[in-house]
Design a protein around this ligand. Structure first.
Ligand SMILES: NC(=O)c1ccc[n+]([C@@H]2O[C@H](COP(=O)([O-])OP(=O)(O)OC[C@H]3O[C@@H](n4cnc5c(N)ncnc54)[C@H](O)[C@@H]3O)[C@@H](O)[C@H]2O)c1
Length: 340
């Protein structure tokens, strides 16, 4: 019998990226049986076949025939919805950022553990083709000991004008550039392991007035001896029509180095490894959110069914916690750097 899911949050991401994953030909053993949104227009506009629709998550948890919940409602809503789901005995996938505070992340993780339920956080980029190549290079030892990771993730987070500017403003006010940059903070730990021992940052606001910086430069250290830098932006080219994106990763190791860079239109990625043991060039086509969520859902089902292989990639509540810790520290430090 497939794992029956309820989906909470039918906004941009829930509707366009998450929901299609359940109807994808490779979706595996899952079925979307119920959807929920507090916005009645969003609920009514959901066009896919689904057994039940609910205007609030508590009614859904009480009445819908579901085994698990997928939560995509915004980080300031996640804590209440996820802890209610855990109290109702449901396994949970929650969107990144996992919650609004570190305490909330800790509480959610502990509650799932105490209840014997699986809690996953959608750091879907773990399932990207780029990470598959990087893991192959790392596992084969081509870098020797990795000591430095340098990420850049600069894009417009949708435009500061036009139809979804309000949604953009909502996400920006919560986490700023790290609403999206948080994927890179997780990717660093996914590639080399460890936890954050130091995180510092400065910020820029690019003419906007959100609480967190919309453009941030982070310098951090993982306790496995790896320095990490991240330049992240949701305001890069946000005020002009063209839509260039910068997405790069440089890896420095004792035996090898690599450079991965997306094309400015984000359609392709070029990856180069120069090492004592191998020099290789790889070209990839970029795939969208949905194909990565499909893979995450497959691991999630495997983890619920107690299959240990799933644990290697599936991002857990602990991973959500560490990404949140780095996000909070970076945004705090950057806010302190704001002139005037
Ligand atoms: N994994 C990714 O790469 C990725 C990409 C985009 C967004 N996201 C994340 O997905 C989440 C949603 O983002 P979005 O862009 O869809 O935002 P959005 O504002 O477009 O949509 C949020 C939806 O949740 C609904 N909602 C809010 N509170 C609710 C509640 N208590 N119960 C039920 N529904 C509720 C809103 O009415 C809205 O329809 C955010 O956490 C965001 O960071 C992740």
């Amino acid at each position: 019998m497939p794992m029956r899911f309820g989906l909470v949050g039918l906004g941009q991401h829930g509707r366009n990226a998450v929901a299609p994953a359940f109807y994808h030909p490779e979706a595996g053993d899952t079925k979307l049986t119920a959807v929920c949104d507090v916005n009645s227009a969003a609920l009514a506009a959901f066009e896919r076949p689904v057994a039940a629709r609910f205007p609030d998550h508590r009614t859904m948890l009480a009445e819908a025939e579901i085994d698990a919940l997928y939560v995509a409602a915004g980080m300031d809503r996640h804590f209440r919805i996820v802890t209610d789901a855990i109290a109702a005995g449901k396994h949970v996938v929650v969107e990144k950022p996992m919650a609004a505070t570190l305490d909330e992340c800790r509480h959610m993780t502990e509650a799932a553990k105490a209840a014997g339920l699986v809690l996953a956080v959608n750091f879907e980029s773990r399932y990207s083709e780029e990470n598959e190549v990087l893991r192959r290079w790392i596992d084969a030892g081509h870098f020797g000991r990795i000591e430095a990771l340098h990420f850049a993730n600069l894009w417009d987070g949708h435009k500061s004008f036009g139809p979804i500017r309000e949604r953009r403003a909502r996400l920006m006010e919560l986490a700023g550039a790290l609403d999206c940059g948080i994927h890179k903070l997780d990717q660093a730990r996914f590639l080399v392991g460890g936890t954050w021992s130091k995180v510092d940052a400065v910020g820029a606001w690019m003419g906007e007035d959100f609480t967190p910086p919309t453009h941030i430069g982070i310098i951090g250290m993982l306790d496995v001896g790896v320095m990490v830098t991240l330049n992240a932006s949701l305001s890069w080219a946000a005020h002009i029509e063209p839509r260039p994106m910068v997405n790069t990763l440089e890896i420095g190791g004792t035996e090898g180095v690599a450079l991965c860079r997306s094309s400015l239109d984000f359609r392709t990625m070029a990856m180069d490894l120069y090492s004592r043991t191998l020099c290789e060039h790889v070209d990839l086509d970029s795939h969208g959110h949905t194909s990565h969520i499909v893979l995450l859902l497959r691991d999630f089902v495997a983890a619920v069914n107690g299959q240990p292989d799933a644990a290697q990639r599936l991002p857990t509540g602990e991973d959500g916690y560490w990404a949140q810790l780095a996000t909070e520290k970076a945004n705090q430090a950057a806010r302190a750097s704001r002139p005037g």
